[in-house]
Design a protein around this ligand. Structure first.
Ligand code: 5GP
Ligand code: ZN
Length: 113
C-alpha cells in the first residue's frame, strides 16, 4: 500500500534498524521504544490488522509466530519477553499494518495499560 509507513519500511523507502528479514517478513526497532528491546514484527504483505487476517494468510502468520523465538534468541531475551498485538481503536492500534511488538530486557507488569 503506497501510503503505509510499514510498507515503506518493508520496501526500504524509509529507514529502520532491521534486526531480522526474510522474503515474507521483517523485524525492526520501534521508533519510540517502550522497553530496552522493542522490535516490531510485520508481514511484508500489507494486512491492515488482526481483523483482516484471512484463512489464506495462515502460513504467513504461522511463519511469523515460528520466527519469534529465533528473533528473541538473537536479541538475547533469554529471561523472557512479551509479544503484543494491538487491534483497532480499543486495542490502541496506531499503524494500520499488522504488527506484533516484541518487548524485552525489563520486567513487564500485568494488566497492561
Ligand atoms: P501500535 O500502536 O499500532 O500497536 O504500534 C505502532 C508502533 O509503531 C508504535 O510503537 C510506534 O512507536 C511505531 N512506529 C510508528 N511509526 C514508526 C516509524 O516510522 N518507524 C518505526 N521504526 N516505528 C514506528
Ligand atoms: Zn502496509
Amino acid at each position: 500500500m503506497s501510503d503505509c509507513i510499514f510498507c515503506k519500511i518493508a520496501n526500504k523507502e524509509i529507514p529502520a534498524t532491521i534486526v531480522y528479514e526474510d522474503q515474507d517478513m521483517i523485524a525492526f526497532n520501534d521508533l519510540e521504544p517502550q522497553a530496552p528491546v522493542h522490535v516490531l514484527l510485520i508481514p511484508k504483505k500489507h494486512i491492515e490488522s488482526m481483523d483482516d487476517i484471512k484463512d489464506s494468510d495462515k502460513e504467513l502468520i504461522g511463519h511469523i509466530m515460528c520466527k519469534v523465538k529465533e528473533i528473541a534468541s538473537k536479541l538475547e531475551l533469554e529471561n523472557g519477553y512479551r509479544l503484543v498485538g494491538n487491534c483497532g481503536e480499543d486495542g490502541y492500534q496506531t499503524v494500520m499494518h499488522l504488527h506484533f511488538h516484541l518487548l524485552g530486557k525489563r520486567k513487564m507488569t500485568w494488566p497492561p495499560g
